[in-house]
Write a protein that binds this ligand. Structure first.
Ligand code: AQP
Length: 328
């Protein structure tokens, strides 16, 4: 059975992009794979976090995994910082990573621009820690959104390099990216991806937004010039993005939606229907989240058990790595 590994960083409230690009696919994949899903809290520390709210943010991601349908009987669910081998392997991989290959990372360049004043080493090293996350579990495939492909490529490069230097150790992982939903764009700016840390909340729909907020955000979502509701990501990127969200939320084909709104006088009806589709799509997940709110102990136990299982695999890999490089 092949292994999949993926994670989300608790850097803010999860949005539709995180769900459609990543988590929704994990739920399906867990049935045919040995699955390891992590809340990557150490990654989130690469941008400033308030210690008073960080714990809640970390737990909220784990809750979303469970509410979305990740099954702890089938998948290992845990918090990254509970398995020290992630940081340990990151250090070893740092010693075979090259500065120019990290300087090329798009996410680093974008975030470095946003965090000019507090640019820290962690932000630069983020992809190496992510490589450690992936390689520790001898992962075959990493289900992610499009923005993470470059980081998975680096994990491949480091795995190959390590194997070349020290002998066959790591499985060479590949990114698993579904075409639909791999890059949901910001509602306020369809030229940039929807992002938790976007400066404005108008950029995203979070998985916990109320129906009123969802309606309001979609009403305000930017549109393109003209009135046609057609899927053309180059000429009509905003409408193409809204059509993608509509299609994934409703389970209907984009062609059907285009036909339905072919004679629409403007965007109002389309936006209303889209809002209702998103509200209904998120309803079951939001209901499950409420149930989990009153069950924190159960969730902590799941995370504890998950960390134990993860540690067994990770410590075995670290032992192998240490032997290979000659550490005592
Ligand atoms: N807009 C998106 N469309 C599709 N997939 C997306 N993902 C992120 N944004 C989109 C996927 O969600 C998973 C978890 O992402 P992450 O939390 O590890 O960090 P990220 O990729 O940096 O996501 P954000 O939302 O932009 O967070 P911030 O703003 O904190 O950096 C990944 O599989 C990602 O591909």
């Amino acid at each position: 059975m092949e292994t999949i590994f993926s994670g989300v960083q608790p850097s803010g409230a999860l949005h539709l992009g995180n769900y459609l690009g990543a988590i929704k696919n994990w739920v399906e994949l867990q049935n045919q794979h040995r699955s390891v899903f992590c809340v990557v809290d150490l990654h989130a520390l690469t941008v400033p976090q308030d210690p008073k709210t960080f714990r809640e943010k970390i737990l909220s991601i784990a809750k979303i995994y469970l509410a979305a349908g990740i099954d702890p009987e089938k998948s290992i669910i845990f918090i990254q910082s509970h398995v020290k081998e992630h940081a340990e392997l990151c250090w070893i991989l740092n010693t075979i990573s090259r500065i120019p290959e990290l300087e090329r990372m798009t996410q680093f360049k974008e975030k470095a621009e946003r965090h000019k004043k507090d640019l820290n080493m962690g932000l630069f090293d983020y992809p190496v820690l992510m490589a450690a996350d992936i390689l520790l579990y001898k992962t075959n495939a990493v289900p992610v959104g499009e923005d993470q492909i470059q980081h998975v490529e680096l994990a491949r490069t480091l795995a190959e390099r390590f194997n070349n230097y020290f002998g066959e150790t790591f499985v060479i992982p590949k990114a698993f990216v579904r075409k639909e939903g791999a890059r949901i764009m910001g509602l306020d700016d369809p030229s940039k991806k929807m992002s938790k840390s976007a400066p404005s909340a108008a950029n995203y729909i979070t998985l916990t937004d109320s129906p009123e907020i969802i309606r309001e955000k979609i009403k305000k979502a930017v549109t393109d010039s003209g009135k046609e509701i057609i899927f053309n990501p180059i000429e009509k990127p905003a409408i193409a993005n809204l059509l993608t969200i509509y299609s994934l939320a409703s389970g209907r084909l984009i062609e059907d939606l285009q036909k339905q709104y072919a004679n629409a006088a403007g965007y109002a009806e389309f936006k209303n229907d889209l809002s209702e589709a998103v509200v209904e799509f998120l309803r079951p997940l939001q209901e499950k989240l409420k149930e989990l709110d009153s069950n924190e102990d159960v969730m902590l136990k799941i995370l504890n058990d998950g960390a134990q299982k993860a540690r067994q695999i990770a410590s075995q890999t670290m032992k192998e790595v240490k032997d290979k490089i000659g550490l005592i």
